[in-house]
Design a protein around this ligand. Structure first.
Ligand SMILES: Nc1ncnc2c1ncn2[C@@H]1O[C@H](COP(=O)(O)OP(=O)(O)O)[C@@H](O)[C@H]1O
Ligand SMILES: [Mg+2]
Length: 463
């Protein structure tokens, strides 16, 4: 018999792990606002005894002169007895309730890479103690830059650059969690561009629809509330102004001019077993000719988990016949299943079987029908430019159909292409729309519909 001796190597986490968790994490500095907002809304969700969610808020102040950022929420805060332990745990999280967004225990480190000093202050309700943790980020960068520090452990570095203290404060003060980042690095100064920050937050943060500019907000809210286990919107205030989602009834088109939303289409995305993976909506456009301009911040079907955006406006591009078709529409898909796990950068999901099923379902339920409709509308538009104009002229003289019915039948194939099996109604709708100037057209269409067979219809206008 052999005697097996196993020698356990002692575990060591080195200094550069901290670098990976801070500067290595986010390329877009606005992502740090998203991480602090995510913590704020998780805390608000846990504050069940603080009254309705619309009385709670997250305030963000960007101060370009002082190069300082402050993010403060009045969620539940952290009780004094646990503050040091919680704020000193990295890469583990005590968030185990369903619906909470954070779980990796690294989000609050996002600001470390961009600032000289990061200060976390918190107080819980019914306590007279404020807990404070400070990170000397400038010293961290210095340690990381010097070769002689390469052998330092994670723990040694953490001890060198952080401090923790507790101060007495007024018992009656409401609970809070406040992050202040001082001396934000200048090469990332666009984080102080207030307009840009507002545009980022309006697309990414879990804020409400605008009550005046978007008339479908209530309808969408009630659909999402009915179908999702947890759908909430939060008061997020940037430099004193409330943030709303960017959707509007009137949308600006790249080709120039505007298009209107005529209604909202709701979609359920289900996995191979019929279980709900996500719920979504998109706006039906009156014209659907041309993509929505970038500056509207609304184009593309956006994916949201916990009502916070995952990735950007192009995440679902590959689900459309042509990637650009995604920017013809506006809408959202809200994730409703545990198998879809946002990755740590929150720019996509962790690779797994559910992710594949999700992308397939988006393609099937959203990407393909929309792509077909875009192609159909565009073909009809070019048809009407080439053949409809002279035919219309002729039609007014002879009181005939804008197109002979035999041609209509041929064109049906041509126009619908591969969309005709499942959506014949689009054909009629489109004839109606693009030939709307013909005074007899409505009658003709209804005649065609009644007969249901093109070849039997008299090509003369039914008077
Ligand atoms: N705004 C906040 N309010 C209350 N607690 C917070 C807040 N932000 C962070 N925390 C606490 O700090 C922990 C670590 O936050 P973070 O690093 O973002 O990781 P995660 O959100 O993945 O748990 C959280 O789990 C929470 O306990
Ligand atoms: Mg977090």
């Amino acid at each position: 018999m052999f005697e097996q001796t196993t020698k356990r190597a002692s575990f060591k986490a080195g200094i550069y792990l901290l670098e990976n968790l801070t500067s290595g994490m986010y390329t877009d500095p606005f992502a740090i606002l998203r991480e602090y907002i995510q913590n704020g809304v998780d805390s608000i969700d846990l504050s069940t005894d603080k009254g309705p969610v619309d009385q709670l808020e997250i305030k963000i102040e960007l101060d370009p002169v002082e190069r300082r950022i402050l993010i403060r929420d009045n969620g539940q805060g952290i009780p004094a007895a646990f503050a040091q332990e919680i704020l000193s745990s990295i890469g583990s999280s005590n968030k185990n309730a369903p619906n909470l967004r954070g779980f990796r225990g690294i989000g609050r480190l996002g600001g470390i890479a961009f600032s000289d000093m990061a200060v976390f202050k918190t107080k819980a309700d019914g306590e007279n103690v404020e807990s404070v943790q400070e990170w000397d980020c400038k010293s961290l960068r210095k340690l990381l830059a010097e070769a002689k520090n390469r052998t330092l452990t994670f723990n040694q570095v953490f001890q060198k650059i952080t401090s923790f203290s507790q101060n007495k404060c007024d018992l009656s003060l409401e609970s809070y969690f406040e992050v202040t980042l001082y001396g934000i690095s200048s090469f990332r100064n666009y984080i102080f561009d207030i307009t840009r920050a507002k545009r980022y937050l309006s697309q990414v943060a879990p804020v409400p629809f605008h009550p005046n500019y978007f008339s479908h907000g209530q309808e969408i809210d009630s659909y999402l509330k009915r179908n999702l286990k947890h759908y909430r919107k939060y008061n997020i205030i940037l430099n004193g102004k409330r943030i709303f989602k960017p959707y509007k009834d009137k949308i600006k088109i790249t080709k120039g001019g505007f298009d209107e939303l005529t209604g909202i289409k709701f979609i359920d995305l289900r996995d191979d077993n019929g279980e709900l993976m996500a719920c979504g909506w998109y706006g039906e456009r009156e014209e659907l000719l041309g993509s929505i301009i970038k500056g509207d911040d609304s184009s593309g079907i956006r994916v949201r988990a916990g009502n916070i955006m995952i990735g950007d406006d192009h995440l679902l591009d590959s689900c459309f016949r042509e990637p650009r078709f995604n920017s013809y529409v506006l809408g959202e898909v809200h994730i409703e299943c545990d198998g879809l796990i946002p990755n740590s950068r929150r720019d996509d999901f962790v690779d797994n079987k559910t992710k594949n099923m999700f992308y397939n379902a988006v393609e099937r339920e959203i990407g393909l029908p929309i792509s077909k409709e875009i192609r159909l509308r565009s073909r009809i538009k070019s048809e009407s430019r080439t053949s409809m104009v002279p035919l219309r002229k002729k039609e007014t003289q002879t009181n005939k159909l804008p197109l002979p019915i035999s041609e209509l039948e041929t064109k049906k194939e041509e126009i619908l292409g591969d969309a005709n099996e499942d959506q014949p109604d689009i054909f009629f709708r489109e004839i109606l729309r693009s030939c709307k100037d013909c005074p007899k057209l409505t009658k003709i269409i209804s005649g065609i519909c009644r007969l249901g067979n093109f070849s039997q219809v008299d090509i003369n206008c039914p008077e």
